[in-house]
Design a protein around this ligand. Structure first.
Ligand code: ADP
Length: 464
């Protein structure tokens, strides 16, 4: 038990370590991909912007024109505004106007999108424009500062094409461009961000292969672990069953041996030797027990025989109903003499290819169990019928029944239901194992339906 738990704990620990390692690796990969994506798009935007340089006028032409017209008007208006409040309002109005004009009229986004697409990258992105400085040039030497952001002041003025620092970037937006636009009437500085709202999806797409391989490897490791663990448990169970079998067998062998020993001792007694009838009955007892002992030894030999070779069926075509009648009537005369045996057949007179010896053993095992595992007067209902080219034989008893857990294992070699091992019911846990083996050797199967305390129904199906 301790060993099993150690293996389980070690296995689970190993799996946790492997999963943790995979998670760390994947996180690193994700971070790396994230950085690569930022770098890639930033350098792409930079390239795009550089390619614009010769024709920068075209891209910002419209917005420059609109802003120039607006600023020209402002140059005239501004000197007339005297009080602080109106001036502040004007500043706000200017910022709004510039912002709206930039948002609406800039063609950089369309240009960038096309550029990204041409280079084989994602063309859909959101953008954000952040104005850092607006100056209205009122004369050759003076200018009216309508707006100036803190970052503009802090970072100094960048020339066209300068890249804004990462500090301004949020998790999904990439600062790709710092632009300066102007003419005789105004100066404008703004930063352009591209915002991949589905950046995570892009990264996921790029890392999908690694992700899948990693998940698969975890899955494979888990499966291998589970299979190994199950095999280990199965081996343990089999070895326990074998030990039980040896204990049961020893017990079975000891009984006749003890009787023979006692009988031998009895024969040595002078008062017995003088009585012929006692000698005879003791000799008979020895003979009977020797036969039993012999049967047991033969059975052990047979078990090893069955194990070594896949047994060969010697099939003969027989009338199933006649065969069943024969088997049940000889059972009635022997082990089943105390039981009520009801038969109901509807075999429609069919003949089937059957190995008589094995088939008889199979039905006998089921019938014997029905009598053996019963605590009242055994009543056994034997039914036979044909269904879909199969012979079906069901043997229902009113015995102790089998619980759900044991039902899964009763056909296993050496398996005895938990109550069965206490020598109350003698047995080696092989009867049903042979039943299953014989049924499958005939191309069929056996099923069980049982309720503890109520009884069991075993149904054998064999194709004909
Ligand atoms: P054995 O009878 O030698 O123990 P079997 O392989 O015939 O071995 O049966 C396996 C176990 O299944 C038995 O130990 C018993 O607990 C249970 N079993 C088999 N047949 C019946 C039955 N008809 N009713 C109740 N329990 C049964």
């Amino acid at each position: 038990m301790g060993k099993r738990n150690t293996i389980l704990t070690l296995g689970i620990l190993a799996i946790i370590f492997i999963i943790a390692a995979q998670v760390i690796i994947l996180r690193g990969l994700w971070k790396q991909e994230n950085e690569m994506l930022t770098l890639r798009y930033r350098s792409l935007a930079q390239e795009a912007n550089a390619s614009l340089r010769g024709s920068v006028i075209e891209v910002h032409d419209t917005v420059r024109y609109i802003l120039s017209q607006y600023s020209r008007k402002l140059v005239k208006e501004l000197p007339e505004i005297k009080d602080e409040t109106s001036l502040n309002e004007k500043k706000k109005e200017i910022l709004d106007y510039f912002t709206t004009a930039l948002e609406k009229e800039q063609d950089f986004t369309a240009f960038l999108s096309k550029y990204f697409e041409d280079q084989g990258f994602e063309k859909n992105f959101n953008y954000r424009i952040s104005i850092t400085n607006i100056e209205i040039i009122t004369s050759d030497t003076t200018s009216f500062i309508a707006y100036r952001s803190d970052s503009y002041l802090g970072l100094g003025s960048g020339g066209p094409g300068n890249i804004a620092p990462e500090a301004e970037e949020s998790k999904t937006s990439i600062s790709v461009l710092r632009q300066r636009l102007g003419d005789n009437y105004f100066y404008l500085n703004f930063e352009y961000y591209i915002d991949f709202s589905d950046k995570q999806k892009l990264i996921l797409r790029d890392t999908a292969a690694s992700l899948i391989i990693s998940l698969l490897s975890i899955l494979v490791i888990l499966t291998i672990f589970m299979i190994t663990y199950r095999n280990l448990m199965e081996e343990k169970r089999l070895s326990n069953l074998k030990t039980d079998f040896i204990n049961n067998m020893t017990h079975e062998l000891k009984t006749p041996l003890a009787t023979i020993t006692v009988a031998g001792k009895t024969l040595e007694m002078p008062q017995i030797r003088s009585d012929d009838s006692k000698i005879l009955s003791t000799a008979k007892l020895i003979g009977k027990q020797s036969v039993h002992l012999n049967q047991l030894i033969n059975m052990i030999l047979e078990i090893s025989m069955w194990e070594r070779t896949e047994f060969q069926l010697d099939k003969k075509t027989v009338n199933v109903e006649e065969l069943m009648n024969d088997i049940v009537s000889s059972f009635r005369q022997g082990y089943g003499h105390s039981a009520v045996l009801n038969q109901k057949y509807n075999f429609k007179g069919i003949n089937a290819d059957i190995d008589l010896v094995y088939f008889t053993t199979m039905v006998n095992n089921l019938l014997s169990n029905a009598v053996k595992y019963c605590e009242k007067e055994p009543e056994i209902n034997i039914e036979g019928f044909v269904e879909d080219k199969n012979i079906c034989i069901s043997i229902a008893d009113n015995g102790i029944g089998i619980n759900k857990t044991d039902q899964k294992h009763v056909f296993d070699k050496f398996y005895r239901a938990s109550g069965g091992n206490i020598h109350k019911y003698k047995g080696l846990g092989l009867g049903l194992y042979y039943v299953k083996k014989i049924a499958t050797a005939h191309g069929g199967d056996v099923t069980l339906n049982s309720k503890p305390g109520k009884g069991s129904i075993f149904t054998v199906t064999i194709p004909y």
